[in-house]
Design a protein around this ligand. Structure first.
Ligand code: C2E
Ligand code: MG
Ligand code: MG
Ligand code: MG
Length: 284
């Protein structure tokens, strides 16, 4: 392979390069072909209204089915894709796929798509969103873009411009992992978010840690004050959900509501009427 990379790029084995770095390079190489080889898929995790339990939307989460390694977590491959630039093709695929899928749903559930710093700072992101909405026929208000505050700080002016452009299309913008960044409050003021997602690390500690409970309460108060709905991430237990209900949290997402899964498992919510098509196991 060294030869095909041309003159002056001959490689030699360097024992000083750790196995970790070699592995990362291998993944980086494999990632470049993941879209073309159809190795990526989206799983969906439901979001429910705390008060009623009604499913109001789904977050699309990437999975990479690596031919040799099995399923690779986005926590592993997204940072590599961001560094190598592969995230542009991967992110575009995820956006197209999520919108195409959501446009087939009979109900009005929204679809949330995670977007990286590289995409937000690229020059064509708003145009891409516009084009994908047009092509899929998905109503703009059913699309939600999730960004973490760390995705915005490289060039805040540019990021702000992009967010305004996609909001002008009628798309919702949610601040992901709220509370884990450097200056969540000032970022909330700078950027035109429509929604706050409290990071799961706070939610999962509400019963063991008084600070976490106070933080979740404050974020909910903040959301009320700013007129922004708040979604709690990472809800795993009935106790956590009860706490969120007491504190008037709008929506919840987490293993208690449903684990991320292929969209077919949620057919009763995406294809309406409460009629649940039997799963193959049930039908058998
Ligand atoms: P995120 O956007 O904050 O997504 C929530 C993560 O929490 C997901 O991990 C989800 O599976 C996990 N989760 C949900 N409920 C629970 C729970 O009750 N308990 C626990 N322990 N975990 C829960 P996942 O799917 O591994 O994704 C990790 C991160 O990778 C995401 O965090 C997001 O930042 C990123 N990611 C995933 N898909 C995409 C994508 O299409 N584009 C980009 N740029 N990033 C993505
Ligand atoms: Mg997210
Ligand atoms: Mg999150
Ligand atoms: Mg996260």
């Amino acid at each position: 392979r060294a030869k095909s990379e041309g003159r002056g790029t001959c490689r030699f084995f360097d024992p000083a390069i750790g196995a970790e770095i070699r592995e990362r390079r291998q993944l980086e190489h494999d990632l470049r072909h993941a879209v073309a080889r159809a190795e990526l898929e989206l799983v969906y995790q439901p979001q429910a209204r705390v008060e009623t339990g009604a499913v109001i939307g789904f977050e699309a989460l990437l999975r990479w089915r690596h031919p040799e390694r099995g399923t690779v977590s986005p926590a592993v491959f997204i940072p590599i894709a961001e560094e190598s630039g592969a995230i542009l093709a991967i992110g575009e695929w995820a956006l197209r796929e999520a919108c195409r899928e959501a446009a087939t749903w009979t109900g009005s559930a929204s679809v949330a798509v995670n977007v990286s710093a590289v995409q937000i700072h690229g020059p064509h992101f708003a145009r891409l969103v516009h084009e994908v909405l047009f092509q899929s026929g998905l109503e703009p208000r059913r699309l939600e873009i999730e960004v973490t505050e760390t995705a915005l700080i490289r060039d805040p002016a540019r990021a702000l411009h992009t967010l305004r452009s996609i909001k002008a299309l009628g798309v919702t913008v949610a601040m992901d992992d709220f509370g884990t960044g450097y200056s969540s409050l000032s970022n909330l003021r700078t950027f035109p978010f429509d929604k706050i997602k409290i990071d799961g690390s706070f939610v999962r500690s509400v019963h063991s840690n008084a600070q976490a409970a106070a933080i979740v309460r404050s974020v909910l108060g903040l959301g009320r004050g700013l007129g922004l709905p708040v979604v709690a991430e990472g809800v795993e237990t009935a106790e956590e959900l009860r706490f969120l209900a007491q504190e008037c949290c709008d929506a919840a997402q987490g293993y208690l509501i449903g684990r991320p899964a292929p969209i077919g498992q949620f057919a009763q919510h995406t294809h309406g009427g409460g009629r649940v098509p039997p799963t193959p196991a049930e039908a058998a």
